[in-house]
Design a protein around this ligand. Structure first.
Ligand code: UDP
Length: 485
């Protein structure tokens, strides 16, 4: 029997890209929408689920359960949210080394994964307990460029979620302009030019473009990005994890040509619900932080993917000692390229840092950044890290590696003036590192960072830009879902 539109429940099938920096904000968006009355099915790959289970069990000292016992949303459901959890194959066995064979893995995500998604959708649609009651729709990461095929086949409203700043979206979307003006592929001679012609984008130096736009060869990264932006016109809604006031020209310029909607930062929606998003076991830092004076600790982390050389680690380590400040440093297992050595720090470093430093393999970054002991963040400028730092009013020292990170650096340092570069030249030197750290920890950029924190927080308050955009999106989405048959 057909239901009247008011009784039909919109059901979002939410599928992230299987990496920490993509899963985190999409989990938060899912929680946010569930708290606005949506039914959600969140889907992780079996491999991601396996990592989550491992890190969760270790963290809670419960080593008895199996992967099947882990449901990251069980607490969310206890608090009344209609949010379900499923897993699906990513096409490879659990023991396939997705790090060493990263290009093979990404090639499959690009070309073959859609088969797995198709099977999943069929199962969800077939096994739906009351088909007349639910209207399924799709929310997926923009880099999951298979979305139009699936949305079309299952007649679903199609929502795309962009996890980076709007300026990065605009530069990639307008790639033809870069091509026409000879800025992509990069010119043979190493030129530093200013790009002035991308709609909604303030003049930007070519050196601040995303890393892959500096490469001549086409890799799977280029294919992933180019395909994502080619397919974006097929999305019914595009949610941007940014704030209109932070990118005041870019967001409106995109709004004029695409159904974009700036609703960020979404990253803080699940803070009051115990939820395990971390793919690596977290080390507790609160007690250590509590022993330190306010704003006296530098937090150092390069996110979940970036890798560097032993030389850079050495210079940063010596710079930290020279600066003579308190610090927490996330030294991830695989932080050094081509090294699985357990200790990549210079010999004697941990003895010399004494109680001033805490080295951890991974932590609860949001909890660390929210601690009053933190006075600065030496970051690789991953977009989630930038948003999290801004949310807590923590000024940044920027050391970008790849992808969107160089462009994010430009926003932080040149546009918003809430941070500085780690080194201004090509190489990282201990003296410059120490100098930059000391200046930041003395309070430079603190006032400006507080102002930006207010912008972010206001945007999510009732009547704030992101909240208003989200409310409008929800209304428009429901209307579209009810109109579709
Ligand atoms: N993160 C964390 N613990 C750490 C380091 C990072 O929980 O020790 C989280 C961080 O809060 C952020 C995500 O991992 O949400 C990293 O995303 P980001 O976009 O900053 O960088 P990526 O890992 O994608 O390069």
């Amino acid at each position: 029997m057909a239901q009247t539109p008011e009784l039909i429940k919109p059901h979002a099938i939410v599928i992230p890209v299987p990496y920490q920096g993509h899963i985190n904000p999409l989990v938060d968006l899912a929680i946010n929408l569930a708290s606005r009355g949506f039914t959600i099915t969140f889907v992780n790959t079996e491999f991601v689920h396996h990592l989550l289970s491992k890190s969760h069990k270790n963290y809670s000292n419960d080593s008895t359960g199996t992967d099947a016992d882990t449901d990251i949303f069980s607490e969310a459901r206890k608090s009344g949210l209609d949010i379900r959890y499923m897993t699906m194959s990513d096409g490879f066995p659990l023991d396939f080394d997705r790090e060493t064979n990263v290009f093979e893995f990404w090639e499959y995500l690009l070309e073959g994964f859609v088969v797995q998604v198709d099977e999943l959708m069929e199962n969800i649609v077939k096994s739906c307990d009351s088909p007349a009651l639910y209207k399924h729709f799709l929310i997926t990461d923009t880099f999951n460029s298979w979305h139009p095929k699936i949305a079309k086949k299952y007649n679903m409203v199609n929502v795309s979620f962009w996890t980076q700043p709007a300026v990065v979206f605009a530069l990639e979307y307008h790639l033809d302009h870069l091509k026409k003006n000879g800025h992509y592929p990069p010119p043979k001679e190493n030129s530093d030019d200013t790009i002035t012609y991308v709609p909604g984008v303030d003049p930007i130096s070519t050196k601040d473009l995303m890393s892959f736009l500096h490469e001549t060869d086409i890799t799977v990264v280029h294919k992933l990005v180019f395909r994502a932006l080619e397919q974006i016109e097929n999305a019914d809604f595009i949610l941007l994890n940014t704030v209109q006031e932070l990118e005041p020209k870019t967001v409106p310029a995109l709004n004029q040509i695409l159904p974009t909607c700036a609703i960020g930062p979404v990253n803080f929606s699940s803070r009051n619900i115990k939820i395990s998003k971390s793919l690596i076991q977290q080390t507790e830092c609160t007690e250590w932080l509590q022993s330190k004076p306010p704003a006296s600790v530098l937090y150092v982390s390069f996110g979940s993917l970036a890798q560097t050389t032993k030389q850079v680690i050495e210079e940063i380590a010596q710079g930290l000692l020279l600066a003579d400040i308190n610090f927490i440093w996330v030294v991830r297992k695989n932080i050094v390229i081509d090294s699985d050595a357990t200790n990549v720090l210079p010999s004697g470093f941990e003895r010399k840092m004494k109680e001033k430093g805490l080295i951890v393999p991974w932590c609860d970054q949001d909890s660390v950044l929210s601690n009053p002991g933190i006075g600065g963040f030496l970051t690789h400028c991953g977009w989630n890290s930038v948003l999290e730092s801004m949310w807590h009013g923590v000024p940044m020292i920027c050391y970008p590696f790849l992808y969107d990170q160089p462009t994010n650096r430009k926003l932080v340092v040149d546009d918003w003036k809430i941070g500085t570069n780690l080194c201004d030249g090509e190489s990282v030197t201990r003296d410059e590192v120490a100098g930059k750290i000391k200046r930041l920890m003395c309070g430079e950029f603190r006032e400006e960072s507080k102002k930006v924190r207010t912008v972010l927080r206001n945007s999510l308050d009732a009547g704030g830009s992101s909240e208003k955009n989200l409310v409008r999106f929800v209304e428009d989405l429901k209307a579209k879902i009810h109109a579709s048959n």
